[in-house]
Design a protein around this ligand. Structure first.
Ligand code: AMP
Length: 401
């Protein structure tokens, strides 16, 4: 069963074609970036080893899906004989609101739910919908499946998803915690349980997805119980450019003293804060900040310390909400690759049952692995996330493959 995974963003469309029946092999993958801006280009590679990068004439999602489809059937570098070999398209969708609790076949009703969530996810949902409509037009007859970032968190109880604000803002306006990165949290928590040889239903797991965006989830018995991102991805731990949790009154205060408008503050907290704002070296990439800290930049060292401390604080809070912990999972760009970050997060946590094995933590690998000592009460694992594969698996499942 051949499945095309599409992740349509504001100025890029990423894609991966999987053969689910051939060991979930990646047949081809790539991305078109700078869509709608000068210098639109496409990166493409296939399982045979062909690789290319070059300009493409793509102005919108429909053009993008068309160019991708043409490349997939190209006589030289393509990987399928005809588009009819593609049995389903799986789309990453950020916000599904309260009405979507699992991956679903895209229907008119699903598209209208997606539209209803535009106001809560203005930077993602409109582009995700454009990706679906492009696939409907270009890949005629191929069923589309929506895989929502929020769906995994639909199992959260009211005590974790309701904010302490007037109830009508929830009942009438649906203002609540939704959570994001759900596909990744679901994938890595399931993979960690399988690697550990125990059923997810018996486990208390905390998953720390630490990439450019970052979120922590408490997973109880295989279901999301609480998560650090909220109505939008701004809440929670400190991220590459997002502030994470702050006193909401800071917003009104800076609007007053700096004369800023709502859009300015939105931009400040989403794009100029977090590691970028704290470290002050013009980069939100943890690699740059770690390098500068190693060379003696104190502000960078402080930013890394705050970043790790916030994660530690969430882990402690979620251990309390779960009533203990069996497995802590690190995943995504920084979680998978920075041994320094992992060591910093777990510093001083021995009393709570964490014993990091320094040698194992320092190993660089793209495999799933345990990095705690054999006698550590809590097992600490690094689990490489693979959202594309998770979307392909969900898509095949929905389509009965
Ligand atoms: P993601 O959003 O999951 O693609 O993660 C991207 C982020 O991961 C980058 O912006 C970096 O901050 C971080 N990252 C990736 N590799 C490393 C590394 N070797 N050391 C530290 N941080 C890393």
């Amino acid at each position: 069963m051949i499945i095309l995974v599409i992740n349509a963003g504001s100025s890029s469309v990423k894609f991966t074609l999987f053969d689910m029946l051939d060991n979930k092999k990646v047949l081809a993958t790539g991305l078109i970036e700078r869509i709608g801006i000068d210098g639109t280009s496409m990166k493409y590679s296939n399982w045979k080893g062909d690789k290319s990068q070059g300009p493409v004439d793509v102005k919108n999602a429909k053009d993008a899906v068309k160019v991708i489809s043409e490349r997939l059937v190209d006589p030289k570098t393509g990987v399928v004989g005809s588009l009819s070999e593609i049995k389903g398209a799986g789309h990453r969708i950020v916000h599904g609101g309260e009405k979507v609790n699992k991956p679903v076949l895209v229907t008119d009703e699903v598209k209208s739910i997606l539209k209803d969530c535009f106001s809560m996810s203005p930077l993602h949902n409109p582009h995700n919908l454009a990706g679906i409509e492009a696939a409907e037009e270009v890949l005629k007859g191929v069923p589309n499946v929506g895989v929502f970032d929020t769906a995994f968190h639909s199992t959260m109880p009211p005590r974790t998803f309701l904010y302490g604000i007037p109830y009508e803002l929830y009942s009438e306006d649906k203002i609540r915690r939704y959570g994001f990165h759900g596909t990744s949290h679901a994938y890595v928590s399931k993979a960690a349980a399988a690697f550990d040889g125990r059923p997810p239903e018996s486990l208390k797991i905390i998953t720390a997805h630490l990439g450019n965006g970052a979120s922590i989830t408490a997973v109880k018995g295989g279901r999301s119980y609480d998560t650090s991102m909220g109505l939008t991805p701004l809440e929670g731990v400190i991220m590459g450019t997002r502030s994470g949790d702050i006193d909401p009154a800071v917003i009104f205060h800076i609007m007053k003293i700096k004369g800023l408008g709502y859009q300015d503050v939105d931009n400040l907290l989403n794009k100029k804060s977090g590691v970028l704002g704290l470290a002050g070296i013009g980069s939100s990439d943890l690699r740059d900040v770690e390098e500068a800290a190693n060379k003696g930049n104190e502000k960078c060292a402080q930013a890394l310390d705050i970043y790790a401390y916030r994660i530690r604080k969430y882990i402690g809070a979620y251990m309390a909400s779960l009533g203990g912990l069996d497995i802590l999972v690190f995943t995504a760009g920084a979680g998978e690759n920075s041994s320094t970050l992992r060591a910093n997060v777990l510093e001083g946590m021995e009393g709570l049952g964490f014993k990091l094995d320094k040698a194992k933590n320092d190993v660089r690998s793209s495999d799933i692995r345990v990095i705690s000592t054999d006698d550590s009460k809590v097992k600490v694992m690094v689990v490489p996330t693979n959202e594309e594969l998770a979307i392909a698996e969900f898509t095949a499942e929905v389509l009965g493959g």
